[in-house]
Design a protein around this ligand. Structure first.
Ligand SMILES: *[C@@H]1O[C@H](CO)[C@@H](O)[C@H](O)[C@H]1NC(C)=O
Ligand SMILES: *[C@@H]1O[C@H](CO)[C@@H](O)[C@H](O)[C@H]1NC(C)=O
Ligand SMILES: *[C@@H]1O[C@H](CO)[C@@H](O)[C@H](O)[C@H]1NC(C)=O
Length: 293
């Protein structure tokens, strides 16, 4: 039965795969198979090693760029070998340093090579509130656009990694609305990407910029949607500015995200390589992804 399903899937992928003539597309250095969306604010963008708006340039072993099989989607939407700072050409108005993305990708790949070539899609912007990520807003649209561009070369979006909320701890109104806005965001993204089971791994804040950290943190833990996992940043070391996670904290966080991903999402062989085959990716996800909890 299972073999039959895969045969059907392969046959379908083959049928719909002929060249997509209206797509201007240059092949990536490695065929990306597993795509991860990275979104949120500064800690996802990466400020590890940034002091007084200068990055110290230190990239610990766990975050180093070691293989052409870990790529990032650049601002001009080409795949390039991934290297910190991952958000350098995305979060352009801030000084970027080490974030969790590289340690995450290295860790996932070293623990399960069946993941195939990894494509990271950085989309985080420092200082943003969740209301700015609402459907139809610029950040939301860009996330969708970049996710769709990432799929052009084939592969499957494996998960969204989301780390945001600090800017919503300042005003009571933002904190109060956080849960509903967060659920709405995940729901809209899944609908607009046509990936109703898209796994989300979010990071719970340890502290924030305002007095309503507890309200936002509680909202994060109470998200009532399937396939959402929460990793807790509580206790991770901060930069001397006490504003951002340090480089070593980002490495730790990346590894925590990787462990959560590997424990939660059973890996699938990726046979679907065609951009035209969006529906069969959904089919794969819907059919074979067991729910998280
Ligand atoms: C950063 O700037 C502050 C205030 O200007 C200064 O006191 C501190 O020494 C600077 N730190 C470094 C590492 O340059
Ligand atoms: C950077 O700042 C400029 C000028 O304020 C603004 O137009 C642009 O949208 C900002 N870019 C990002 C990615 O935030
Ligand atoms: C970065 O993350 C830490 C840990 O959650 C948090 O305390 C801090 O407020 C965050 N910083 C910003 C600017 O978002």
């Amino acid at each position: 039965m299972f073999a039959f399903l895969w045969l059907m899937l392969l046959a379908y992928a083959w049928l719909v795969s002929p060249v997509n003539s209206n797509n201007v597309y240059s092949p990536p250095p490695s065929q990306v198979q597993s795509i991860f969306l990275l979104a949120g604010q500064s800690n996802m963008s990466g400020r590890g090693g940034v002091i007084n708006r200068t990055w110290d340039g230190v990239i610990p072993f766990q975050s180093q760029s070691k293989t052409p099989s870990i790529l990032r989607l650049s601002a001009v939407q080409t795949w390039v070998q991934a290297q910190d700072p991952l958000h350098k050409d995305i979060d352009v108005n801030n000084t970027c340093g080490v974030g969790p993305g590289m340690a995450f990708a290295n860790s996932v790949m070293s623990k399960d090579s069946s993941i195939g070539a990894i494509g990271l899609v950085p989309c985080a912007i420092g200082g943003t509130k969740i209301s700015e990520w609402g459907r139809g807003r610029e950040l939301y649209n860009r996330l969708i656009r970049r996710a769709e561009a990432a799929l052009q070369g084939g592969g499957i979006i494996r998960a969204l990694l989301w780390y945001q909320g600090e800017s919503d701890t300042i005003e009571h109104e933002d904190a109060k609305l956080y849960k509903i806005r967060l659920e709405r965001l995940f729901t809209h993204l899944r609908a607009d990407l046509q990936l109703p089971a898209l796994p989300v791994i979010q990071v719970a804040l340890a502290s924030g910029q305002g007095p309503y950290v507890d309200v936002v943190r509680k909202a994060q833990f109470e998200v009532d949607l399937p396939n959402v996992k929460t990793v807790d940043a509580y206790g991770l070391p901060m930069e001397p500015d006490s504003l951002h996670l340090s480089t070593s904290a980002q490495v730790r966080l990346g590894e925590m995200l990787a462990d959560t991903f590997l424990q939660s999402v059973p890996l699938l062989p990726v046979h679907v390589q065609s951009s035209a085959c969006k529906t069969c990716q959904n089919f794969v996800l819907d059919t074979f992804l067991r729910p998280f909890r």
